[in-house]
Design a protein around this ligand. Structure first.
Ligand SMILES: O=P(O)(O)OP(=O)(O)OP(=O)(O)OC[C@H]1O[C@@H](n2cnc3c(O)ncnc32)[C@H](O)[C@@H]1O
Ligand SMILES: [Mg+2]
Length: 198
């Protein structure tokens, strides 16, 4: 079976990539699966693209094989785009999905439904040693709920209601999420590259 390394230590992302790549007959191996202890890459960039490239290029340089990375986050209009690239650690270190959700709900407590628009953003980067890194960006539009609901997924899924649904992403579950997610919408743009993977 063909294999791709995904430069992530996020269990939720790793799980989704396994399913998304299985459709193409490819095994997605995350840094959580590798025996070799790889360094935590500091995400010092000021854009999703910069942070994704830091991860894919950093790990590709060490392993000397093609590596994909995902930098993603939640962009909330009423918070001027926050938490954005700071989504993972919005409520501080170490990262805590529950605390991040509490902080978003608190910041939005006086914001009415029609102003609670937001989108998930995912930038995938693919780095092959000696080649220029390629980027694909995917979105998932929605609104922020008033309370958390559902137990599937990770991160902000319990408070994100995708457009066209009246349940949160965490209530919808992986089958539906993998049809509409920002991650999936970025991946489909890489189909040609994925098909040529050897
Ligand atoms: O950098 P890696 O190791 O991949 O793991 P991370 O969790 O730090 O990942 P990011 O730096 O890309 O930060 C993304 C954060 O955005 C949120 N996020 C991204 N995709 C999401 C999704 O599909 N559902 C819910 N929240 C998501 C979640 O809080 C993530 O921790
Ligand atoms: Mg990160």
């Amino acid at each position: 079976m063909k294999e791709i390394i995904i430069a992530t230590k996020n269990e939720g992302k790793a799980k989704e990539f396994k399913v998304l790549f299985e459709r193409y007959g490819i095994k997605a191996t995350s840094l959580l699966d590798l025996e070799q202890e790889l360094p935590d890459i500091e995400e010092t960039g000021s854009t999703f693209e910069e942070n994704s490239a830091l991860k894919s290029e950093g790990i590709a340089n060490i392993l000397q094989i093609p590596v994909m990375a995902d930098d993603s986050g939640l962009v909330i209009d009423a918070l001027d785009g926050e938490p954005g690239i700071f989504s993972a650690r919005y409520a501080g270190e170490p990262k805590d999905d529950k605390k991040n959700i509490v902080k978003v709900l608190e910041n939005l407590k006086d914001v009415p439904t029609e102003e609670r628009t937001a989108r998930f953003v995912c930038v995938l980067s693919v780095s092959i040693p000696g080649e220029t890194t390629i980027f694909k960006k995917g979105y998932c539009e929605g609104t922020i709920a008033f309370e958390e609901k559902g137990s599937h997924g990770f991160g902000y899924d319990p408070i994100f209601i995708p457009d066209g649904y009246n349940q949160t992403m965490a209530e919808l579950g992986p089958g539906e999420k993998n049809k509409i997610s920002h991650r999936r919408n970025a991946m489909v743009q890489l189909e040609d590259w994925i098909q040529n993977l050897r």
